[in-house]
Design a protein around this ligand. Structure first.
Ligand code: NAD
Length: 361
């Protein structure tokens, strides 16, 4: 089996963590008889420095013609980096929006899983952490407020800003179908999150989701307002299986969900389009404060590589073996600085990658 993978190391810790994930992919390739051909492209600040734009058309074409994309992170220090003096559409993060749109990635999956070995890091009440949780946020990625018409005008001598939130029923239906399909492989529960007491777009969201649910009688659907969901994630996260929601709500809730696991450096994500193609990246950012120090936790990126194996390459056994290797390293007491606790052995980014590779069977 030969696969073409586009790599986007990006900025900050991106190159360090992607290098560890590549090591892991190559190890699984040896064991599971697959050859990975990696092509690197620039995106984010490094692309701005070289080409003046966060993503070139050529880079996008390279990504499009591959089987899957693995991304580190993009962006710099938003207070001090000159990238943030550029207009918003020229900044590093504009590359993220452009690649998601350009690759037609409309579904973002972010698992929020509390590892048994890291229960102590959960910032919630001890009894809540002890109970554990394992849910997934399915966020719509190419519609809503982030892609609507926006402008700032001066009216009667005062600045007025406007953003628009639009969803068509087709956009809602395709992501709802994905959520129900994923729920079928899990605990068969979908919680659709909206603000239907206020927003028209949410009322349409609720009604289309209910229509889709009729095709999935084996999956339980419930609706929840986004403000309540934000509270429930803190109060009782174990109640959730798949949370389905629109772009901006998903952006905020998925950050909250990653915080309750207590370990941002552990959480992967996948962005899927039609068919098997997907882009995989850690849930955290480019951490410019620790870039180049060999202290970043590569596990979120390595777990993203496991999702890549599972969702884009159908290499389920290889994906299982990577996830098990991560659990085994944690069980053996190795920790990067961000998840360090008393009595454990502290390792750097590179060594963590090596330890995981050694355990891939
Ligand atoms: P961040 O996730 O980069 O960092 C938040 C904190 O977590 C920092 O203290 C950082 O050191 C730590 N951290 C993050 N990942 C870590 C890891 N793997 N190991 C150890 N510690 C880790 O968020 P931020 O500081 O708000 O953003 C920094 C830059 O990243 C900004 O330019 C932002 O726009 C960008 N960003 C990019 C993406 C992306 O590429 N998808 C996502 C979020 C933020």
């Amino acid at each position: 089996m030969d696969f073409n993978i586009t790599l986007i190391p990006g900025d900050g810790i991106g190159p360090e963590i992607v290098a560890e994930a590549v090591k892991v992919l190559n190890k699984t390739g040896e064991i599971y008889h697959a050859s990975f051909h990696f092509t690197k492209i620039l995106m984010g600040g490094c692309s701005i420095d070289k080409y003046g734009v966060p993503l070139t058309d050529e880079a996008l074409q390279t990504a499009k013609s591959s089987d899957a994309v693995l991304l580190g992170a993009v962006g710099g220090n938003t207070d001090t980096s000159p990238w943030y003096k550029l207009p918003p559409e020229k900044r590093p993060e504009a590359g993220l929006l452009a690649i998601r749109k350009g690759l037609g990635l409309y579904a973002n999956l972010r698992p929020a899983l509390l590892f048994d070995e890291l229960k102590a890091a959960c910032p919630l009440k001890e009894s809540t952490g002890e109970k554990g949780f394992d849910f997934l946020i399915m966020r719509e990625l190419t519609g809503g407020l982030y892609f609507g018409k926006r402008e700032t005008v001066v009216k009667d001598g005062k600045r007025v800003a406007m953003d628009t939130l639009t969803y068509s029923e087709d956009e809602i239906r395709r992501i709802a179908v994905r959520a129900f399909e994923v729920a079928r492989k899990r605990r068969r529960k979908v919680t659709s999150v909206d603000k239907a007491n206020v927003l028209d777009s949410s009322r349409l969201w609720r009604s289309v989701t209910a229509e889709v649910a009729k095709d999935y009688p084996d999956v339980e659907l419930s609706n929840m307002l986004v403000d309540n969901c934000a509270m429930q994630i803190v109060k009782d996260p174990a109640q959730f299986d798949v949370i389905l929601t629109e772009n901006m709500f998903g952006d905020i809730l998925s950050d909250e969900a990653s915080m309750v696991t207590g370990s941002l450096g552990m959480l992967p994500s996948a962005s899927l389009g039609a068919g098997k193609f997907g882009l995989y990246e850690p849930s955290h950012g480019s951490a410019p404060d620790i870039a180049g120090l060999d202290v970043a936790n590569p596990i979120a990126t390595i777990m993203s590589a496991a999702m890549l194996l599972r969702y884009s390459l159908d290499m389920n056994e290889a994906a299982d073996s990577v996830e098990n290797a991560v659990k085994s390293v944690l069980a053996d007491g190795y920790r990067t600085g961000d998840i360090m606790s008393e009595g454990k052995q502290k390792v750097g980014c590179h060594e963590m990658g090596d330890l995981i590779c050694e355990r891939i069977k």
